[in-house]
Design a protein around this ligand. Structure first.
Ligand code: FAD
Length: 247
């Protein structure tokens, strides 16, 4: 079956991540190996035939066979995210096709150098697939996830990321809270800026491969900032999720 053909997935589980984010684990009748960073297209069809489709990054690593996990943020007045968030439960069926994308991907065996992942909000999803893949492949490349969120309750995969950082000395988790930090927080509390990116880049022995994902503003700021610090443009890959949200 071609990856561009639609298939009907069964929802195996719906897992709450934050008050506004859920992970949907889908079992696929025609599962195909994906690369970390790729996405699926999901299509909803109303009884009158009206259809809406949206892209969703794969959160699960390629090593997890037979199923994929999609982590979806509820967008205010969002047509598709609203339906998924409110109305879909285990046992339901959803139409998907994929995996799609060949640019915003990271493969442990082929790109084992230093890695800088920059996420804003739900932009962490494809980067989480990369981190899970990296963990499964046991690659010791120096890796930093710089993750911008509004408040502590908005951190997606918080426990898993903390556990990864605690058990893997080659992985560093750097959170920045842009609206409200946890009590006693001594880390970053602002949007990404030049000074912050300079500090993060100093952690690397050589210029890292960079993957940036999130809302337009964050992606723009991070990509421009990293290029200004001398990271070669070919080392900077970006993926934009939405028009306006500002973590
Ligand atoms: C390659 C790719 C991968 C993606 N992966 C994910 C993912 O893993 N998880 C995820 O939650 N989303 C992801 N998205 C975003 C997703 O495709 C939808 O755009 C999002 O779910 C909103 O769709 P909707 O139908 O709910 O909202 P719509 O009905 O399309 O929009 C409702 C309103 O919200 C605005 N809006 C749309 N998207 C956003 C946004 N992201 N932030 C703020 N405002 C917005 C619209 O301009 C509109 O005003 C990805 C997008 C792309 C291009």
């Amino acid at each position: 079956m071609s990856r561009l053909e639609w298939q009907v997935a069964t929802v195996e589980a719906v897992l709450p991540e934050t008050p506004r984010v859920k992970t949907f684990v889908l079992r696929l009748p025609h599962w195909q190996p994906h690369r970390a960073g790729q996405h699926y297209t999901l299509r909803l069809t109303a009884p009158d035939g009206y259809q809406a489709q949206r892209s969703y990054s794969i959160a699960s690593p390629p090593e997890q066979t037979g199923q994929i996990a999609l982590t979806i943020e509820l967008i205010e007045e969002g047509e598709v995210s609203g339906y998924l968030f409110e109305g879909v439960q285990a046992g339901d069926q959803l139409e998907v096709r994929g995996p799609i994308g060949g640019y915003f991907v990271w493969e442990a065996t082929r790109q084992a150098g230093p890695l800088l992942l920059v996420a804003g909000g739900s932009g962490v999803v494809p980067l989480m697939a990369m981190l899970r893949h990296r963990q499964q492949a046991s690659v010791p490349n120096p890796t930093v996830l710089l993750y911008s969120v509004r408040t502590p309750e908005d951190v997606i995969y918080g426990q898993e990321l903390q556990a990864m950082a605690a058990t893997d000395s080659t992985f560093t988790l750097l959170l920045t809270f842009t609206r409200q930090a946890p009590t006693g927080w001594t880390g970053y509390q602002r949007r990404l800026d030049a000074a912050l990116l300079t500090e993060v880049l100093r952690r690397f022995p050589t210029s890292p491969q960079c993957f940036i994902c999130g809302p337009n503003g964050l992606v723009e700021a991070a990509a421009t900032g990293l290029a200004a610090q001398g990271v070669p443009p070919e080392n900077i890959r970006t993926e934009r999720f939405g028009p306006s949200s500002n973590p």
